[in-house]
Design a protein around this ligand. Structure first.
Ligand SMILES: Cc1ncc(COP(=O)(O)O)c(C=O)c1O
Length: 416
């Protein structure tokens, strides 16, 4: 875990969180530039001289400051919408280091990405391949593409975050893949550059990645026989992080095993990590509003709800919750819940905590799929975000909390 107690007060990356909580409106997200940079550089260094590109997966945390920090470190990007491409460009990112994934790219998004000369489209269906070809021809250009294979690999993670199993909507079945490549090879608006897969998220075992790579190597050999040359192989994201007491795979070992397997193909290697770069770099700070006891439960009601952190209700995900001041009092078993009017609105169940009304808590490892999954449900403001700069002292506000004016401004009061 990334926090420590110092004289009974919780610290994160050298920062006293109590001071920060007392000064700022809760709930808010707090990130560490150091942790993000260290995670990125660990991947970067592990590749050594082997040709590679780390395409940070924007969906994990798309705040402009975090993207621009990754731009400075040399990152490329994995995007899934035109909106994410706009974010990358606004953060100073290079479209020619950006890959575009996702099963439902609209024609408008394809046109936009083509006009920005992105590195490639990760193709998810034959239909999409044909649409991209038609748009490229109409624009008298040629689209770089990689074709996403669904390797039909079973991974041990929550079913909602598997993406490479046979019945998932993602990627193209192995039985069809050669045929699609052959069609793509004939299309005048298409330039084949790679092959890709992404088998899921929060994967704690390197085995499924290796299994998928072996399948890709076999396909690459078949393609070569058909005069189709690949310049890159993209193994997606998905490496897990410890949320409780688990051990996640070591990044260096992971990369060295992948490089060893792929070296004979002599292509550039792309990876699309999200969670393993930003996940452990974020906290959600929240205040206890009420404490409520029923016959069978103790509830700690805090000011952060499922609109701020959706992972527990959506995936039954576990996040460690800590008191910001360790008051040494007896802990009680409680559910930590938010103010949203849904029974699913919980942050943690059956936790041991000792807090009083007005105290603060920190929810750990929420840097990935935390703020980026947040919403205005119950007309609640999306929270502010802060970043602890790399000097470990300066704290920058990198997003203001929503205002009610912003939330209402796109709506029309239609009076009959
Ligand atoms: C295509 C693709 N690449 C990369 C990622 C990032 O995955 P993770 O955050 O688990 O590394 C995702 C997330 O689902 C994805 O869909």
């Amino acid at each position: 875990m990334t926090t420590t107690y110092n004289d009974d007060i919780l610290f994160f990356d050298g920062i006293n969180i109590l001071d920060l909580a007392l000064l700022n409106q809760t709930p808010f997200y707090l990130y560490s530039e150091n942790i993000i940079a260290n995670n990125f550089l660990k991947y970067q260094k592990s590749f050594g001289d082997n040709p590679h590109l780390i395409c940070y997966s924007v969906k994990a945390n798309s705040n402009l400051s975090i993207l621009s920090l990754l731009v400075k470190l040399g990152s490329g990007f994995d995007i899934v919408s035109g909106g994410e491409l706009s974010r990358v460009i606004q953060a100073g990112g290079d479209p020619s280091k950006t890959v575009f994934s996702g099963v439902g790219k609209t024609e408008e998004e394809i046109r936009f990405a083509l006009s920005k000369n992105i590195m490639c489209f990760n193709i998810e269906s034959r239909d999409e391949l044909r649409t991209i070809n038609a748009i490229a021809l109409e624009k008298k250009s040629c689209a770089n593409v990689s074709i996403r294979i669904n390797p039909a690999i079973d991974v041990d993670t929550h079913p909602y975050i598997t993406t490479g199993m046979q019945d998932n909507k993602f990627g193209i079945e192995q039985s069809e893949i050669l045929d699609i490549y052959k069609e793509a090879h004939e299309l005048k608006g298409i330039n084949i550059t790679g092959i890709d897969f992404h088998i899921g998220s929060q994967i704690m075992d390197i085995g499924p990645f290796k299994e998928s790579i072996l399948k890709v190597i076999a396909i690459a050999k078949e393609l070569k026989k058909n005069n189709i040359k690949l310049s890159h192989i993209d193994i997606g994201g998905g490496l897990g992080i410890p949320y409780d007491n688990e051990r996640s795979p070591d990044k260096s070992l992971f990369i060295s095993e992948i490089v060893d397997l792929l070296k004979p193909l002599a292509t550039k290697i792309l990876i699309e990590p999200g969670r393993s770069i930003v996940g452990e770099a974020g906290l959600l700070i929240s205040k206890v509003i009420n404490i409520k006891k029923s016959t069978s439960k103790n509830f700690i009601i805090v000011d952060a709800g499922m609109n701020d952190l959706l992972r527990p209700p959506l995936y039954n995900a576990y996040h460690s919750i800590k008191e910001i001041v360790d008051n040494g009092a007896n802990k009680i078993v409680c559910d930590v819940v938010g103010p949203v009017c849904e029974t699913a609105d919980f942050i943690g169940k059956d936790r041991n905590l000792s807090v009083l009304k007005g105290d603060y808590i920190a929810v750990e490892s929420v840097g990935a799929y935390g703020f980026s999954l947040s919403s205005n449900y119950n007309t609640r403001m999306k929270s502010a975000e802060y970043l602890i700069a790399k000097d470990g002292q300066n704290i920058k506000k990198i997003r203001d909390r929503d205002t009610i004016k912003q939330i209402l401004e796109n709506e029309t009061k239609y009076l009959l």
